[in-house]
Design a protein around this ligand. Structure first.
Ligand code: TYD
Length: 131
């Protein structure tokens, strides 16, 4: 099984120093896919759980640009993964066909680099149609 067929963390460069702050960089040539869309999720109420879907084709890199974000992922083979992101230079690669639930800490910001433009037909929102 290739690395990019299962969820895993990606460490981005962290340029700078604590007295000035840092920059992290994502460049297409170093990513597992070409980025076609960027979106971000924010102002999530306490205890809300987002996600609850899988994607047929879409691959994503998810970054907690601020705050703490917890992910639970489930593959069609029954494999399960949990990740807690709390560093802005760490991304979570999520392949297609992983059911996800996402929990946010107060004022967290989720940044997503996505391999496709938005297409509602790519979503599986009914878990009974997933596995
Ligand atoms: P969704 O992907 O279900 O959000 P989450 O996984 O965070 O719960 O998207 C929520 C709504 O926003 C849904 O109606 C589709 C819409 N949406 C777009 O129109 N374009 C986009 O790029 C995204 C990510 C969502």
């Amino acid at each position: 099984m290739s690395e990019n067929s299962r969820p895993h963390l990606i460490t981005f460069s962290q340029i700078g120093e604590s007295k000035l702050g840092f920059i992290s960089v994502a460049e297409n040539s170093k990513l597992p896919f070409q980025v076609k869309r960027v979106y971000w999720t924010y102002f999530t109420p306490n205890e809300v759980i987002r996600g609850n879907h899988a994607h047929k084709e879409l691959q994503q890199i998810l970054i907690a640009a601020s705050g703490i974000i917890k992910f639970k992922l489930k593959g069609i083979d029954g494999s399960e993964y949990s990740f807690e992101l709390n560093k802005p230079n760490i991304g979570l690669f999520v392949p297609n066909m992983y059911w996800r639930t996402i929990e946010f800490s107060h004022s967290a910001v989720l940044l997503c680099l996505a391999s496709c433009e938005y297409n509602e037909d790519d979503y599986i929102r009914d878990i009974s149609k997933f596995a």
